[in-house]
Design a protein around this ligand. Sequence first.
Ligand SMILES: CC(C)(COP(=O)(O)OP(=O)(O)OC[C@H]1O[C@@H](n2cnc3c(N)ncnc32)[C@H](O)[C@@H]1OP(=O)(O)O)[C@@H](O)C(=O)NCCC(=O)NCCS
Length: 178
Amino acid sequence: MIELSTERLLLRPMTAGDVEAHARITGDPEVMRWITGRPLSRTDAWWNVARYLGHWQLRGFGMWGLFERATGTLVGHVGFLEPDGDVGFELGWALARHAQGKGYALEACRAAIGHAVALGRDRIACVIDRGNERSLRLAERLGAVRTGRTTSRGADLLVYELRPTAHLQRDPDAPAPR
Ligand SMILES: CC(C)(COP(=O)(O)OP(=O)(O)OC[C@H]1O[C@@H](n2cnc3c(N)ncnc32)[C@H](O)[C@@H]1OP(=O)(O)O)[C@@H](O)C(=O)NCCC(=O)NCCS
């Protein structure tokens, strides 16, 4: 499994020791509003970490925990999921409420996109509820372009597409994978 490092963050796959912190983040209804529509229970958070680790095993890439380098604290997660039969190679993200508004998601996504290039990927999907303004803003900051719509669990979702090589050409300061 791969770790990436940026100026302020370490991106590494979560471990059993991260479940409590992950449960605190995903137990916040505000964080989960546009993802599951409800906070995760402690058990669901455990299964979530198990699912992310299983994805790393099956695909060789997956979701990273985001750790503040200054404090070692888990502040969220960012990474790629590609379950069979879904929208394809998808970038997902979430930050604890206290970690929002600092540019952490942007910084982590740029590192993740650099890694997508290393994986030889030329298209990344982002699927976002039209009410999720902060995520729409993040997708646009990353240079993603709206390409369509889809539905999931009754929600009307916007599909964005990001071309990682074009993104890196536009953003030469994007951190390279370690
Ligand atoms: C979507 C989400 C990750 C965005 O978080 P965020 O902190 O707003 O995103 P960014 O990392 O891009 O930070 C940008 C903000 O930090 C500010 N900022 C502060 N310091 C900064 C810095 N050093 N660099 C860049 N931006 C900085 C920017 O001005 C910007 O604020 P603004 O949008 O009010 O102008 C967050 O809202 C979240 O976790 N939401 C819940 C989970 C969710 O919905 N997931 C997505 C499902 S599709």
